[in-house]
Design a binder for this molecule. Structure first.
Ligand SMILES: NC(=O)CC[C@H](N)C(=O)O
Length: 227
């Protein structure tokens, strides 16, 4: 399986994501510039965290106009796994690939700390390696992580099991403690906590690794060569 790590001007977690995939997961990975217009050679797309375009206007609001976004939409429609972490989540929301929005943290402060994250749905291609309701320790580092959506959207997120991760304690004002959601089809995940920073006990936690392993497992199972 081969992953693309999309690099926007201002991305700063691209190297962490690359390291997690290459050295900890042991899968193929390449950096792909936001100016590229072809993602056909990749099986999974990763949008890393950072401060794309300096977070001007709103986090992710400018990056969503990048040339690569049309390809990311195509990959989403093709059912490829797409993971946006932090700024990557913000970009996916701005691009309309996920519902809702992220507002400034209710404290108006940047939060940078390991937090407890609960797995609300382990029946997704991103979370099959976890137990339902498992508590993970994963770092967050954001100024705009306060998830919001209207009532109708919240009801459909709940009905479809699209709320994948919640915070054990509400750190930023997010509606219903939401930390990560998937699209209706289940192949696009956006989350504020950084699983790529929790892939080795030396980093304080290895709880993020199973997320990447789940993606590979699902991909292998769906690409079994039949004799
Ligand atoms: N680590 C990140 O991706 C940060 C995202 C964004 N710049 C914010 O502060 O919310």
């Amino acid at each position: 399986m081969k992953f693309a790590v999309i690099v926007f001007p201002g991305s700063n977690c691209d190297a962490d994501m690359y390291h997690a995939i290459k050295d900890e997961l042991g899968a193929g990975v390449k950096y792909v510039s936001h100016t590229e217009t072809n993602l056909e050679g990749y099986d999974g797309i990763l949008l890393p965290g950072g401060f794309s375009y300096g977070d001007y206007l709103r986090c992710g609001a400018i990056a969503r106009f990048s040339a690569i976004m049309a390809e990311i939409k195509k990959a989403a429609e093709a059912g490829k796994p797409i993971l946006g972490v932090c700024n990557g989540f913000q970009i996916l929301l701005e691009a309309g690939l996920l519902p809702g929005a992220l507002r400034k943290n209710d404290s108006l402060k940047f939060i940078c700390s390991p937090v407890k994250v609960k797995v609300e749905n382990n029946r997704t291609m991103f979370t099959s390696g976890y137990e339902e309701e498992q508590t993970l320790t994963i770092p967050v580092a954001h100024g705009e992580g306060n998830y919001f959506c209207d009532e109708e959207t919240l009801a459909s997120l709940k009905a479809n099991g699209q709320i994948v991760f919640t915070y054990e304690e509400n750190i930023n004002g997010s509606l219903e403690n939401i930390a990560g959601i998937v699209n209706e089809r289940g192949n696009v995940l956006g989350m504020m906590p950084h699983p790529e920073r929790a892939v080795d006990v030396l980093l304080g936690s290895a709880d993020g690794l199973a997320l990447f392993q789940s993606i590979v497992k699902q991909w292998r199972e769906s690409h079994v060569v039949k004799a």
